[in-house]
Structures are given as structure tokens and as C-alpha cells.
Design a protein. Structure first.
Length: 106
């Protein structure tokens, strides 16, 4: 399977989870829908929202070198996010690491 297809599937799944949870607030049956959502899915809301923001910037790259640099930063930042569980630490690390990679001659 191609890389673009995997990215599209992951983004679609995370977007669907986010949509269903947010829909539960405005639906007439919302409370019943929200009660059926497993707590493990609710833990995915933060990463789903963050992924939607990051993936848009990643895919908007015009050059392949930018795409590869941002992909490296995305993977390393995901690792930092998993272990620190802090959005601020992840953003700070990711932005500093991206700045370093873009401004260091290879």
C-alpha cells in the first residue's frame, strides 16, 4: 500500500472518531452515543485533533526535502508526545527540532 493511502486512512479514522464524539454533544441522542464510546477512544481525541493540524502542514510541502524533514520531525515529536504526555513539550521540541534541521547545512 502506498504511503499516501496509509496517511489518508489514518487521518480519516482519527477524523471520524473526533466527528462522532463532537456530534454526540449536539445530537438529540447525544448522551446515549457518548456513553457508548469506549474511554480508550476518548484518549485519541487529543492526538486526532493535533494530527489534523500537523498533517495539513506536512502535506502542504512543495519540495520533497521539506516533506522528508517534516516527516522526521513528526515521528520524533510523536515519540516525545508519547513519553511526556505534554502538548507544550511536544510543540516546543518539534518547532525547535524543525528549525534546527531547516537551518543546518547537510
Amino acid at each position: 500500500m502506498s504511503q499516501d493511502l496509509w496517511i489518508a486512512l489514518c487521518v480519516s479514522l482519527l477524523g471520524l472518531i473526533t466527528f462522532l464524539y463532537r456530534y454526540s454533544f449536539v445530537s438529540s441522542q447525544g448522551k446515549k452515543v457518548a456513553q457508548r464510546i469506549p474511554p480508550s477512544f476518548l484518549m485519541l481525541l487529543g492526538p486526532a485533533t493535533f494530527t489534523a493540524i500537523v498533517i495539513n502542514n506536512l502535506l502542504a510541502s512543495q519540495k520533497m526535502t521539506d516533506f522528508h524533514l517534516k516527516g522526521i520531525v513528526l515521528c520524533v515529536s510523536a515519540f516525545v508526545a508519547y513519553f511526556t504526555k505534554s502538548i507544550m513539550a511536544t510543540l516546543a521540541f518539534g518547532l525547535i527540532f524543525l528549525y534546527y534541521l531547516q537551518n543546518t547545512p547537510f
